[in-house]
Design a protein around this ligand. Sequence first.
Ligand code: G3P
Length: 216
Amino acid sequence: MQIYVDSANLKEIQHAASMGFISGVTTNPSLLAKEDPTTNIRELILSIHKSVGGHTSVEVISTDTDGMLREADEILAWFPEATIKIPFIPAGLAAVRKLSDQDIPTNVTLLFTANQALIAANAGATYVSLFLGRLDDIGTDSMQAVHDTCEIWDTQGLESFIIAASIRTPIHLLECAKAGAHIATVPYKVLMQSMKHPLTDAGLETFLKDAQKVTM
Ligand code: G3P
């Protein structure tokens, strides 16, 4: 399972990318809105992409098909490597079909069920983003949706990549990898939490102390 960073914060993304295990970045309007309001968003997204080099999703904000397609054209004019992120609404699916027919990569977002993911895949989505945390927030078992989706993908041999999104805890990351999601897009904080282990820290401290006692 590949790991993406779910963030629009350049410092976080650069630090995560510097460790060598990040394959992409997903952004959305809410993540971009958390950044300094004076930020030039296009420059920020291009810097994000330069830092990581792999997948970078950029979300459209129109709610009609023509508007989404117009935005996709605009985004691709200044960022040809962009994956166009589109919400799971009927107008969005029509846009995904049109973009897919032109071999433009798409990431369908705001999916909460395996049926939605299946429909997005049939519209031609390159990536389907299944949200976990927001399901847990309303008392629904998010992992069931991930297991259902992965099972359908295995049974049907579907080609769209399953992105586990709205990841809130290291347990989400672990369980999505076990279930067979292709990608997890993870907030920086959860990435750091997932790397941390007290025995790693204590072990290093001991090695460094003992290293003082030997000559190489
Ligand atoms: O990738 C989607 C993600 O950003 C949503 O996360 O925590 O707002 O549900 P969250």
